[in-house]
Design a protein around this ligand. Structure first.
Ligand SMILES: Cc1cc2nc3c(=O)[nH]c(=O)nc-3n(C[C@H](O)[C@H](O)[C@H](O)COP(=O)(O)O)c2cc1C
Length: 169
């Protein structure tokens, strides 16, 4: 997904019949991504932590699909309540009580955008310490990594059942 452009951004705030050709083209591309999201029964997002936050590729997608008046801040939103599951993997641990807890800008950011702004039904699966097996400096953390991986797999199985039941209902 390309990064948002000035044309794509300003087109979101202007009536379609006033769009310049550049705005119209950019807006069509945004609407395609938005329609894909609106047609989804459930959404799964991989959000590995990159320098304490989400990858720029995921941010580019969010910048395209967050559209005030269509997906955000409107009663008419078709994505309100859609289940969205985020696998938030990370090489270290940012769990409450750990030294780097305050550096966690993946879950709190996605809560603000997906849950609070887009009003989706958000759940996380958080495999942490994933770099422990490959980083000798983290070797003593391997058992905690394994426990986190096992829990993530259990959480994934439970979430899959839960979402499948809801989608079928
Ligand atoms: C560019 C880059 C930056 C990263 N920054 C962090 C970081 O700030 N904190 C962290 O715990 N792990 C960091 N990692 C490690 C990844 O979060 C970790 O390897 C994760 O498991 C990758 O996701 P995946 O296992 O789903 O492929 C970084 C990895 C990359 C490639």
């Amino acid at each position: 997904v390309p990064h948002i452009t000035a044309e794509a951004h300003t087109a979101g705030f202007a009536a379609p019949d006033t769009h310049s050709p550049e705005q119209a083209e950019a807006f069509t591309a945004r609407v395609k991504l938005i329609e894909e999201m609106e047609n989804a029964d459930a959404i799964l997002i991989g959000a590995p932590m990159y320098n304490f936050s989400i990858p720029s590729t995921l941010k580019a997608w969010l910048d395209n699909v967050v559209l005030i008046g269509r997906t955000a801040m409107t009663e008419e939103s078709k994505i309100k309540g859609t289940p969205v599951t985020v696998v938030a993997s990370r090489g270290g641990s940012y769990a409450p009580g750990t030294p780097r807890a305050g550096f966690e800008y993946v879950q709190n950011y996605l809560e603000a955008v997906l849950r609070d702004m887009l009003e989706m039904d958000l759940g996380f699966i958080v495999p942490e310490l994933t770099m422990a097996p490959s980083n000798p400096a983290m070797s003593e953390l391997v058992p905690l990594f394994e426990a986190s991986r096992d829990k993530a797999l259990q959480d994934a199985a439970a979430k899959a059942k839960d979402v499948a039941q809801r989608v079928a209902a």
